[in-house]
Design a protein around this ligand. Structure first.
Ligand code: BES
Ligand code: ZN
Length: 886
């Protein structure tokens, strides 16, 4: 056994938001089995989950430097630890309160400098709050000293704290690695007598927060390079797979100098390691100097990885490395400001990928991946403001959601656009320089950006981060001689329609306006700081269209008067509207329909105007919305008709693309082909289905291996329209797959299978040893999203296996994801009641808000169905009778 990688894992839950003067606390470790579950407060009444009483640690004793020694035992799955922390007593006390989860303290003492050791006589664990209080028989006087603690713990299998991760060696042997998030300063030999123990020492780190410490013990190979700014970069892979680390290595080596230039602050450590961990709950974690990743977020095989995996690896590397500055060098002052970390990293990862891979057109993808997702969630009554007060640890889990990440990233994108790149960079540099090795809050960033730009940043941004939701801008126009007069008004957009009632929240909205004369440039930029505004656009011809929100950058939705909308639609068909504007327009209309503001039939007609669409991302967003509609209509008896519609919309582009790449095609063509063939195959398009079956057969027989980019669509198609034999073959392919990426690819499509017995088989498979614990969620989610029967079966399965599932994830964000994926597709009022009742008797504190959001979505679906099903049906029937000519 040898130790891979130094320094800084995943200990977010061991909240130790370090300097400046943080209270003394011992980090650690995995979530306690002792932790009792809390009452779920009743749904529906309050928008916010009830707050549990919680206090931050007292500041009378604070740590200066930790020396920590950990000795993991990979056979017994236990560890022993010794801590010696230099500490400062600021106020006389006979207690020290620290954070502590799931460890047992054996002895603890405090040695005042130049004085006698004082042994703690009591350890009072407050497991609910993940704290321990050490009591001393005499008073600790102000001054410095050393806190010494010996402790033991379990290397748990919950992917939290200090845990074990299972892997198979190339020869097929099962082994374990220990993965952690702990201190790295070891300056003495703790176990000198044991010859079988290898001791590895780490250098002293800069002042840092303890949640960013990590180490990993296990067998790994690595590839190494030096970035052009002199940082030693390594990517650690499973043994025998070093080649698969090369892509991420290249991305990381390009990314470090990019951030160094952008922030004008060098990377603060001499080395950075990126390591792939077999069992890993999140996607990746930004530990300082040792970033941990799921295998699928780091490893790329030149033949067996698909284009979307490459893109994902690039984004995740870009995200975590951004945290090395934004989050690690400057850490948020408290979890309320978590959004700043995550929102910022989720924005700048795109900037970085755009720099490394301009051919990905990644900013357009931002809109469909983050922006629209955030708006969907934020339109709910059960959303929350970006800045949210956080107390108890379970509330921290709750805020790792699309509001912190995707809305956070979207409002930063809007802000960057409002400020301009030069001043934005200047402000970033001020912030990172002023607060390096310190903590900072949201206001601190605003102050720096305000200083750099001279614009009212705090005033504008407070309207976006301190209140939930976003506006719907209603606009109508009038031609007055050579000018166009626009009347704008804002009102909060709700998923159930525009906000009704007094006291409608208001936003300061940076608005851009473009016209058909120059669709790619803003003719006018304004800051809308009132409920209503009139704007004059000079010199606009009567036949020109006028559009708001160029580039879909402003975080609002737009509702046009009918004549304005009418004039925009030809721009979809003839592609004169820019891609991201076509995407935004379609997405706004779709959400207006879901909210009952316009009819869904109108949106179907708009979707038909995309016949000439060449852009991957525009298709991807449209496809996603059609998927939502398909799921909704699976509750009706005309599901087949909507499949016909899907086939009609996607066949022209399917025919243009064909199955095989053409010379000169690139990344986006590969993504588009996969998307379109998958959509057609799933909808049962005959020619696609036949070709998919033929290619699948050749693949299985080893005659012609499917290219990685075609595997997902082919697997999905043959499974959905296949039988038990197909499922068995897929499960066999899963077993044989060497790459986790291939296993995940298969796991995600298994739920497409249709027959009740096969669905049951897939659900059982989800909990089997074959599926890694972190991936169970996507298998069950795939079943719920796969078919009408799947949805019911998945929900029943979750109820029947609740204890096992809950225990697997010990609360945490995977349980929220599981619940969301599994219940959100229901569209019958009574299901909202059923879901609510189930979680009242089976509480999941960290998923409280998600559960409320799901129940709200179920009710919204039900209302949508009641409102529009009949007219959609009529439209589809009439279309069948006289198909539109394209
Ligand atoms: N700090 C998070 C990791 C994290 C998330 C830990 C949730 C614990 C709970 C990390 O920087 C992150 O955001 N990871 C993302 C991937 C990223 C590319 C969006 C994740 O894990 O999903
Ligand atoms: Zn992050």
């Amino acid at each position: 056994m040898w130790l891979a990688a130094a320094a800084p894992s995943l200990a977010r839950r061991l909240l130790f938001l370090g300097p400046p003067p943080p209270p003394l606390l011992l980090l650690l470790l995995s979530r306690s089995s002792r932790r009792r579950r809390r009452r779920l407060h009743s749904l529906g009444l309050a928008a916010m989950p009830e707050k549990r009483p919680f206090e931050r640690l007292p500041a009378d004793v604070s740590p200066i430097n930790y020396s920590l020694c950990l000795k993991p035992d990979l056979l017994d799955f236990t560890f022993e630890g010794k801590l010696e922390a230099a500490a400062q007593v600021r106020q006389a006390t006979n207690q020290i309160v620290m954070n502590c989860a799931d460890i047992d303290i054996i002895t603890a003492s405090y040695v005042p400098e130049g004085d006698e050791e004082i042994h703690a006589t009591g350890f009072n664990y407050q497991n609910e709050d993940e704290k321990v209080t050490l009591s001393f028989p005499s008073t600790l006087q102000p001054g410095t000293g050393t806190l010494k603690i010996d402790f033991v713990g379990e290397l748990n299998d919950k992917m939290k704290g200090f845990y074990r991760s299972k892997y198979t060696t190339p020869s097929g042997e099962v082994r374990y690695a220990a993965v952690t998030q702990f201190e790295n300063v070891i300056d003495r030999k703790p176990y000198p007598d044991d010859e079988n123990v290898v001791e590895v020492k780490f250098a002293r780190t800069p002042v840092m927060s303890t949640y960013l410490v990590a180490f990993v013990v296990g067998e790994y190979d690595f590839v190494e390079t030096r970035s052009k700014d002199g940082v030693c970069v390594r990517v650690y892979t499973p043994v025998g797979k070093a080649e698969q680390g090369k892509f991420a290595l290249e991305v990381a080596a390009k990314t470090l100098p990019f951030y160094k230039d952008y922030f004008n602050v060098p990377y603060p450590l001499p080395k950075i390691d990126l390591i792939a961990i077999a069992d890993f709950a999140a996607g990746a974690m930004e530990n300082w100097g040792l970033v941990t990743y799921r295998e699928t977020a780091l490893l790329i095989d030149s033949k067996n990885s698909c284009s979307s995996s490459r893109q994902w690896v690039a984004l995740v590397v870009g995200h975590e490395l951004a945290h090395q500055w934004f989050g690690n060098l400057v850490t948020m002052e408290w979890w309320t400001h978590l959004w700043l970390n995550e929102g910022f990293a989720s924005w700048i990862e795109y900037l970085c990928v755009d720099h490394c891979f301009p051919e990905y057109d990644i900013w357009t993808q931002f809109v469909s991946a983050d922006y629209t997702r955030a708006q969907e969630l934020d339109a709910l009554d059960n959303s929350h403001p970006i800045e949210v007060s956080v107390g108890h640890p379970s509330e921290v889990d709750e805020i790792f959601d699309a509001i912190s990440y995707s809305k956070g990233a979207s409002v930063i994108r809007m802000l960057h656009d409002y400020i301009g790149d030069t001043d934005f960079k200047k402000g970033m540099n001020m912030y990172l320089t002023k607060f390096q090795q310190k903590n900072a809050a949201t206001e601190d960033l605003w102050e720096c950006l305000e200083g750099a730009s001279g614009k009212p940043i705090a005033a504008v941004m407070n309207t976006w981060t301190k209140q939930m939701g976003f506006p719907l801008i209603y606009v109508e126009a009038e031609q007055v001689e050579n000018d166009r007069l626009l009347k704008l008004s804002q009102r909060k957009f709700c998923a159930s329609g525009p906000y009704v009632g007094e006291d409608c929240p208001q936003w300061m909205v940076p608005i851009t306006i473009s016209t058909s004369e120059d669709p790619n440039h803003a003719k006018l930029k304004i800051l809308m700081d009132k409920p209503e505004m009139n704007v004059v656009l000079k010199n606009v011809k009567p036949d020109e269209w006028v559009k708001l929100n160029l580039g879909t950058v402003g975080f609002y939705r737009t509702q046009y008067s009918s004549d304005m909308l009418e004039s925009l639609l030809p721009g979809i068909r003839d592609l004169s509207l820019p891609p991201v504007d076509r995407l935004g327009l379609q997405n706004d209309l779709f959400s207006l329909a879901r909210a009952g503001i316009i009819s869904t039939v109108e949106v179907l007609k708009v979707m038909e105007a995309f016949v000439n669409e060449p852009n991957y991302t525009v298709w991807s967003d449209l496809s996603c919305n059609l998927g939502i509609l398909s799921t909704l209509l699976s509750h009706t008896d005309f599901y087949e008709e909507i499949q016909e519609f899907v086939k009609d919309v996607f066949s022209p582009i399917g025919e243009r693309l064909g199955w095989d790449p053409k010379p000169g095609e690139g990344h986006l063509d590969a993504l588009l082909r996969g998307l379109v063939l998958g959509k057609l195959g799933k909808a049962g398009h005959k020619a696609t289905l036949e070709e998919a079956r033929r290619r699948f057969k050749d693949h299985v027989e080893g005659k012609q291996i499917l290219s990685a980019d075609l595997r997902s669509p082919v697997y999905l198609t043959v499974l959905k329209h296949g039988d038990g034999t197909t499922l068995d073959i897929m499960i066999k392919l899963h077993k044989q797959a060497d790459m986790q990426e291939e296993k995940n690819r298969i796991e995600r499509v298994l739920g497409a299978t249709l027959s009740p017995e096969l669905i049951q088989k897939v659900l059982t498979f989800a909990l089997s040893e074959e599926v890694r614990p972190q991936d169970t969620v996507s298998v069950i989610g795939g079943v719920a999203g796969g078919s009408k029967h799947g949805r019911k079966a998945a929900w029943k399965f979750i109820k029947d296996n609740w204890e096992e599932l809950y225990n697997r994830y010990q609360g945490g964000f995977l349980i929220s994801r599981l619940i969301k994926l599994s219940v959100e597709g229901f569209a019958v009022d009574k299901m909202a009641g059923e879901v609510k009742a189930f979680f009242e008797s089976h509480p999941a504190p960290s998923a409280e808000r998600t559960i409320q959001q799901c129940c709200e979505n179920i009710l919204l679906n039900a209302a949508w169905l009641k409102r529009d099903a009949e007219s959609i049906h009529q439209y589809l029937l009439q279309r069948k009778a006289s198909p539109p000519t394209v």
